[in-house]
Design a protein around this ligand. Sequence first.
Ligand code: ADP
Ligand code: MG
Length: 279
Amino acid sequence: MASDPAPVPQQSQTRSLKTGETDGQKGQLAIRARGVTVGFGDRVILNGLDLDVKRGEVLGFVGGSGTGKSVLTRTILGLIQKRAGKIEVFDEDLDTLTRDQHRALERRWGVLFQQGALFSGLSVLQNIQVPMREYLHLSHKLMDELAMLKIEMVGLKTDAADKMPSELSGGMIKRVALARALALDPELLFLDEPTSGLDPIGAADFDDLIATLQKTLGLTVFMVTHDLDSLYSICDRIAALAGGKVAAEGTIQEMLESEQPWVRSYFHGKRASRMNGGA
Ligand SMILES: Nc1ncnc2c1ncn2[C@@H]1O[C@H](COP(=O)(O)OP(=O)(O)O)[C@@H](O)[C@H]1O
Ligand SMILES: [Mg+2]
């Protein structure tokens, strides 16, 4: 077995941008973070964090409020500088990429930010086209067609296209933001608290949508969430941030059995008891 050539990874774009090499060991991880340290002034937020996100999985990233979940997300995206450590996305070490290589990588991910507000002066259609304008050179007609496709993909009616953000409900705004995150047909989706602010039914609908898209498009999803329902319903694995590190990770079952204090109180606390009782 050891002498057999490694199977070709399903997504064969794992070829290095720099060297053109492929490597049998590679191709398994969408994100690999090692020793990531991030701070602001004398406050250290992430302190030697290690994290793996496997290709094709939905990883739920949990942790107390203000512990650095959004900071990690933004650091992976290259929007915040780290002080130490290494982050690889699709086997590319982000620190070694040229600007063009980084842009090429950016086209392979989509982001729904926690403050995922749409551009208020742009219509739904125009909002979805923002990444297309930034990264692609397409005709107006083609961009309109692509944006309409995304609108339908996220379960909105096509007449939403010409609406302005102020005319939309909270749930619709999230869907448009998701459509925008999908604008470039990414392989990797970052979702920062995607269901926050939605009522339970709206949140469950949005979870279903994410699950369906993840399966049909074969996405890898890195999802920051506080929502226990989301963790139970769509996450393959969970990583918990505490003390600036991933303090526990595993399946929901493994999290339920974890002795890590924050994980224990989160999964066995008051909010969780309803779900554990039903599980
Ligand atoms: N650009 C910044 N400058 C200074 N402090 C920041 C910055 N971004 C985040 N922080 C601080 O880092 C900590 C973690 O923030 P954040 O990642 O947003 O938390 P959460 O886990 O709730 O997403 C918070 O104390 C926040 O105030
Ligand atoms: Mg946050």
